[in-house]
Write a protein that binds this ligand. Sequence first.
Ligand SMILES: [Zn+2]
Length: 332
Amino acid sequence: MGNASKKIFSVLHYVANKVQRPAVVLLYHRVTTLQQDPQELSVTPANFNAQMGHLASDYNVLDADRFLYHVKNKKAFPERSVFVTFDDGYADNYHEALPLLTRHEVPALFYITTSKINTSYELWWDDLERVLLTDGNLPPTLTINIDGQTWQYATGTLTAIRETYYALQQVLRFCKPAVIESAMAQLYEWSGKTATGRPSHRLMTWEELRAMGNTDYAAIGCHTHRHPAVGMLSYEEQYTEIGMSKEILEGVLSAPQVHFSYPFGGRKFLGTKRYYNADSIKVCKALGLQLVCANYHGQVHSWSNPFALPRILVRDWPLDEFRSHMQQFFKY
Ligand SMILES: [Zn+2]
């Protein structure tokens, strides 16, 4: 977004917030300390602890039922309403985030990608990082076939490897799951590494997920089976991906699932709806999902579309930075 459109955007939000008090949905992925975090998706436990303490003392944190009630019934939110969400289903959500949420009595909703739950495999972007960025001992070039097209990348220097990592990240995020799986298989072969992932990047086990669902401060939602950009899939493929995660979670948790978030979740990429589209919304409705979060900047009001709600991606911000971001969202 350019500076001018950013300004217009924030003016629009200011006006909307004047008309009605907003709610803000926060998006987290991981709470842990990593050796490297090229996607910047992890918040350290110390910063998360401070952030949750701030929410508990200065904001009105809604739980999943309460948030759903307001969105579904188009009711204005209470003053300074915040809703905390997590995407993907990492084990640290249970081991590191949940104890801090419990300490501060802050409820959160956890959206789960089901295909790698209870396995020793990593989600593909972590796997890509593991293969390329955790050990410099790689062949000097990489030739890889992605969806019938052959690509060549330099991998002879650390800078080249890093560039290759970011380039492949961009290409693979818009590929179908089978194409990503084939690309990863070629990368294992090329690097001499196996598919087995790092314990630091594993997802929850079924037991951890069940235990999480049984606590007072966690609710569970779906996030597809294999984490594709659903806007790149046909209606039927979307139905399968989203429906499968819903069915698996309902089986494991013995509870109906009504929450979903789009993988990646941006509104548009280079002007096209690659992350989700009109079919995605139809699929969610057909599956009986009731509240769906996307991932673009904005506040929620009673007139917001419950099938594509904006969320704010929280980075590893120290308390001061977190506090000032929160103040910005609630300006009115
Ligand atoms: Zn995700």
